[in-house]
Design a protein around this ligand. Structure first.
Ligand code: SAM
Length: 345
């Protein structure tokens, strides 16, 4: 009896449908903001189920828009839902939801790229990093041009245990363009293995939960959408500063179809390139003929450790960027800049 009463208290009172909210407040999706809405509550419920058990949870929803996913989060029993929405047009419709779930929802009109989430939740939510994740979840169906830079920023926050991760190993459930979701979760040797796969997987357990066909969104985007769940690892698989790992992985993958030593060479000034590449491959004991896509997280760990040692022995090396050297050389010769690298993404 108790349990069913509790369950009943999560249920929202009758509300206009999301479609009616869109009409009522004239919320036409803005193409330039890449707004695509999910109106099918079975799909929004499914996203929320993949986030985990939200009963009594603290949740940050990014980009609630007309509020379909927001309703599913509230119905799943979240006790404290903070929504961050950039577009003012959605605020009145979201206020209707705060009235339907009194004391359980807060609205922030702001940009998630600059919002200080570390100030958004009470300190008692915090768990030690090595303990179970805190009862705090980040959930969002964001435009693709926001979700990719955002996950890169949040991976750096994760490595530094700041931002949303001041509370511990906060879990994330986010949507991406299907191909990006595949890259985030690609295993060693797969065609989609990329910079994003390594950066996400050295820090988290990453799961590609399910795909939502583009036709489920209004208006329909040109691509399908992947729902991805991230749980930060108690111990990152590479124990070097994020910026160092990011530089290494970026350099390796810029020549993704060549052997991995080709990208590694570009970490070093031309005058000492061969000598230092040989030293790094020797220290790391990684086969230089492997393609970047065939390097495991363990290989990247060995390479990052070797690169960190070389940086400690060679002051100034960490700041070296081959593009800068190339630019200066070209400027000296009066040459036109031309692209010689293969682009990864
Ligand atoms: N969550 C809603 C849904 O599933 O129907 C809306 C999804 S729509 C793809 C993305 C939403 O994110 C829009 O409401 C948009 O205004 C909002 N948004 C876009 N950029 C944002 C940002 N930088 N910070 C916060 N919200 C943002």
């Amino acid at each position: 009896m108790m349990a069913s009463n509790k369950l009943a208290s999560f249920r929202l009172p009758p509300l206009p449908t999301i479609g009616e909210i869109i009409k009522l407040y004239n919320l036409r999706a803005q193409k330039q903001l890449s707004q695509n809405f999910l109106l099918d509550m079975r799909l929004t419920d499914k996203i929320v189920r993949h986030a985990g058990n939200l009963r009594n949870a603290h949740v940050c929803e990014v980009g609630p828009g007309p509020g379909g996913l927001t309703r599913s989060i509230l119905s799943a029993g979240a006790a404290d839902l903070l929504v961050v929405e950039k577009d003012t047009r959605f605020i009145p419709g979201l206020k209707l939801l705060t009235e339907a779930a009194p004391g359980r929802m807060r609205i922030v009109h702001g940009d998630i790229l600059t919002y200080r989430m570390d100030r958004g939740f009470p300190t008692h939510v915090t768990r030690k990093w090595e303990d179970e994740p805190p009862n705090l979840h980040i959930i969002g169906n964001l435009p693709f041009n926001v979700s990719t830079p955002l996950i890169i920023k949040w991976l750096e926050n994760m490595a530094n245990r700041d931002g949303p991760f001041t509370f511990g190993r906060t879990q994330l459930t986010l949507t991406f363009q299907k191909e990006v979701a595949e890259r985030l979760t690609a295993s060693t040797g797969s065609r989609q293995r990329s910079r994003l796969s390594v950066m996400a997987q050295y820090l988290c357990t990453v799961t590609n939960c399910f795909t939502i066909p583009g036709r489920a969104f209004v208006p329909k985007p040109k691509v399908d959408v992947g729902v991805v769940h991230f749980t930060p690892l108690p111990q990152p698989q590479i124990q070097q500063p994020f910026k160092l790992v990011e530089k290494l992985v970026r350099n390796v993958f810029q020549f993704r179809r060549k052997r991995c030593h080709r990208g590694i060479e570009m970490l070093f000034p031309e005058a000492r390139r061969l000598e230092l590449t040989e030293a790094m491959m020797g220290k790391a004991d990684v086969d230089p003929s492997l393609r970047p896509t065939h390097l495991s997280i363990g290989d990247f760990r060995a390479l990052a450790d070797a690169y960190a040692r070389l940086c400690a022995e060679n002051p100034g090396l960490i700041a070296y960027e081959f593009r800068e050297e190339l630019r200066q050389k070209r400027a000296g010769k009066g040459l036109r800049e031309e692209e010689e690298e293969e682009e990864e993404e």
